[in-house]
Design a protein around this ligand. Structure first.
Ligand code: EPZ
Length: 416
């Protein structure tokens, strides 16, 4: 397992381009199952999770041709199973459930099981599919789904689950009749999927709102589509620039979808400005502790909580960080403390108190965004920081070491 070694203390400078959004590309790749034929996807990020998704769909007979665009041929469907060994490493594999029951009228998808950040059940996915006429049975850890033609339904979600909304929206596109998903997730990646489905001929109203109305159609046709850029990757580089008091321009950022993050960083004293899809970060601001609560979109995203916490470790005063989405998303706290951070966790609150300096140390990545927060802290810490188990980072950050090196960071990846 590789590790990343960082000699901190260098103010980042230069320009970094943001890649395609992992959490848009994953549902869109799954959606190609809905329309047999050749799809062309542009701006797909080169990530471990994308490779996992291609392997998973490959098991079902889908063929891929790497390049720009990524060519996806879903003409032949020879299987409809998502095995445990795939789903346990990537929860997003459950996104094949909706498309498979819509196209193949059956699916056998492993329950995801828990993960580092929480239990993450899929009860809302299953409730919605049953409402559309899918027969669900649980058998040895697998969801066995069987259906005749799906029919439209009114589905009110208990909570705005992102992949739950995506699974149900995909299934509804080929159902007989109208489906309304109420209390739908409004994340931009859900809207990106909806636009891809529309490009395939789906009829969807309310995109970007908490009520999605889908008029089922008989068939969809393959489409070409450009994936949106990744607001969480952009926020991660924003935090890295801010904590190192650097002068950085972030290009190809989905600025309109980053309002809550940009506002919070501005409130905390980060000097930033935007122009189109560019975010300019300047040194000179003085970081002040500002509280944050994670919320479903358009609130402050839970996927930016760990990165923001790293920034707050060096901010004046204190900041209370409240995680409202996942029950266990503070795994990065004990690792940040190894770098000298002063953090107290009480329930779903983390109180981060000012430290003058962080000091490098070996730390352990536990999940994707926790590992990003350790890199951010390591960039500011004096001395060497070693981040172990960097496979977590590979899941969601394309060419992280190259991008940070190009910004002047003293960072390298070594085989551990
Ligand atoms: C998506 O996960 C993202 N992943 C996550 O990003 C992100 O953190 C999360 O949404 C919240 O924004 C992808 O889009 C591939 P949820 P998802 O269903 O859909 C509970 C990253 O770092 N819940 O919105 O799995 C669940 O337990 C990843 O890129 C139910 O109770 O999240 C959680 O506490 C991490 N029942 C909360 O809702 C359900 O049926 C939010 O989960 C579904 C979810």
């Amino acid at each position: 397992m590789d590790k990343i070694v960082i000699e901190g203390g260098v103010p980042l400078s230069g320009e970094v381009a943001i890649s395609g959004a992992k959490n848009a590309a994953l549902p869109i790749i799954a959606a190609t199952l809905l329309a047999p034929g050749v799809h062309r996807l542009y701006n797909v990020p080169p990530l471990a999770d994308i490779r996992t998704a291609k392997k998973l769909l490959g098991l079902m007979g889908v063929q891929f041709e790497d390049g720009e665009p990524l060519v996806v041929d879903s003409s032949r469907l020879t299987g409809w199973m998502a095995p445990y060994e795939t789903v346990k490493t990537m929860r997003a594999a459950v996104l094949v459930l909706g498309p498979l029951v819509a196209r193949a009228r059956q699916a056998s998808v492993s329950l995801p099981g828990g993960c580092a950040i929480g239990a993450r059940p899929i009860d809302q996915h299953l409730k919605g599919l049953e409402a559309m006429g899918v027969k669900i049975t649980l058998n040895q850890g697998y969801v066995e789904a069987k259906a005749k033609r799906l029919h439209g339904a009114d589905i009110t979600l208990d909570l705005p689950t992102v992949t739950g909304t995506e699974n149900l929206m995909m299934a509804a596109t080929l159902a007989n009749g109208v489906t309304r998903i109420i209390n739908a997730a409004q994340e931009p990646e859900v809207s990106d999927l909806a636009r891809f489905l529309t490009a395939m001929g789906a009829q969807i109203e309310g995109i970007g709102t908490d009520v999605l109305t889908i008029q089922g159609v008989k068939a969809l046709t393959p489409a070409s589509y450009t994936i949106m850029s990744d607001r969480i990757e952009a926020g991660t580089y924003l935090a890295a620039a801010a904590i190192t008091k650097g002068q950085v321009t972030i290009t190809n950022a989905p600025v309109p979808h980053m309002a809550a993050v940009l506002e919070k960083f501005h409130e905390a004293g980060v000097r930033l400005s935007t122009a189109g899809n560019r975010i300019m970060v300047e040194p000179g601001g003085s970081l002040t502790g500002v509280d944050v609560k994670t919320r479903a979109y358009p609130g402050f995203p839970t996927d930016m909580q760990a990165q923001y916490m790293a920034l707050m470790t060096l901010a004046k005063g204190a900041a209370v960080i409240t995680e409202t989405i996942f029950e266990n998303r503070f795994m990065h706290v004990s690792e940040l403390e190894r770098l000298g951070a002063d953090i107290t966790v009480s329930g779903n609150h983390a109180i981060v108190r000012e430290r003058r300096q962080l000091h490098g140390a070996p730390v352990m990545a536990t999940d994707l965004r926790a590992s990003a927060s350790l890199v951010i802290a390591g960039l500011a810490a004096t001395g060497a920081t070693e981040v172990l188990r960097v496979y977590h980072l590979d899941r969601g950050y394309a060419r992280l070491v190259e991008k940070l090196s190009a910004l002047g960071a003293r960072i390298k990846r070594v085989a551990a």
